[in-house]
Design a protein around this ligand. Structure first.
Ligand SMILES: O=C(O)c1cc(=O)[nH]c(=O)n1[C@@H]1O[C@H](COP(=O)(O)O)[C@@H](O)[C@H]1O
Length: 232
């Protein structure tokens, strides 16, 4: 019997559509979701969503991290809602009116509020005027976003347990910054293993380079999925 796909969104941060579609096809048997982000969407636009959908039975997570005035974000959300993404990201720091505008603009998608980027260190936070531990800012932004209508929150694995305590069981918690044991962290700062992130309350793990940078992305996705099943 084929095991059910793991709650992983593979970040398809590819330079071209053919590579993205190839990665999507390779990982499709092992994961629930693929994530189309800025690089791919800005280069290929809506075509990329159709191309990765054709590659397999996958939910499409559109990670555009919208951040603008409410009217502009509402229009952008309306523009992409016809692509039927399962998840659409906005920056939580855009505030409650902006988040509400995204929710109204894309009623068929889950609006996911990105709290504090997983690449940011405490020093980076201080540099942008967010003093104090990341966890406090993440909790505050998550609570505000959910009150404004977001039904998903993006945070690092370091804060996911605190966010779960803050927002309750019904909000989808998404964690990038996930690295299997022994992997490099690249530009990520607040990281943990896939097993740890799930145990601490994440519902969906965003994993890019540990899978797409592997010689065989399908095998890398299968190995992480198997490790998660074993741990769970
Ligand atoms: O919204 C995101 O998905 C996101 C938020 C965040 O705080 N950190 C973060 O890394 N991401 C995305 O998650 C993916 C992580 O990729 P890897 O570092 O290659 O696993 C990238 O596509 C990022 O754009």
């Amino acid at each position: 019997m084929t095991p059910s796909p793991a709650p992983i969104a593979v970040a398809l941060d590819a330079p071209d559509l053919a590579t993205a579609a190839r990665w999507a096809g390779l990982v499709a048997p092992h994961v629930t979701t693929v994530k189309v982000g800025l690089e791919l969407y800005l280069r290929h636009g809506p075509d990329v969503v159709a191309a990765v959908r054709e590659a397999g039975e996958l939910s499409v997570f559109l990670d555009l991290k919208l951040h603008d005035i409410p009217n502009t974000v509402a229009g952008a959300a309306r523009a992409v809602s016809r692509l039927r993404p399962s998840i659409l990201t906005v920056h939580a720091s855009g505030g409650p009116a902006m988040i509400q505008a995204a929710v109204e603009g894309a009623p068929g998608a889950r609006i996911a509020a990105v709290t504090v980027l997983t690449s940011m260190t405490e020093a980076d936070l201080a540099a942008v005027g967010l003093a104090g531990p990341a966890e406090a800012a993440v909790r505050r932004l998550a609570a505000m976003a959910v009150t404004a209508g977001a039904t998903a929150v993006v945070c690092s694995p370091h804060e996911v347990a605190a966010v779960r305590a803050e927002v309750g069981p019904d909000v989808l918690l998404i964690t990038p910054g996930v690295r299997p044991e022994g992997g490099g962290t690249q530009d990520q700062a607040r990281v943990a293993t896939p097993e740890r992130a799930l145990a601490d309350g994440a519902d969906l793990l965003v994993i890019g380079r540990p899978i797409t940078g592997a010689e065989d992305p399908g095998a890398a996705a299968a190995a992480i999925a198997a490790a998660l099943r074993k741990a769970g």
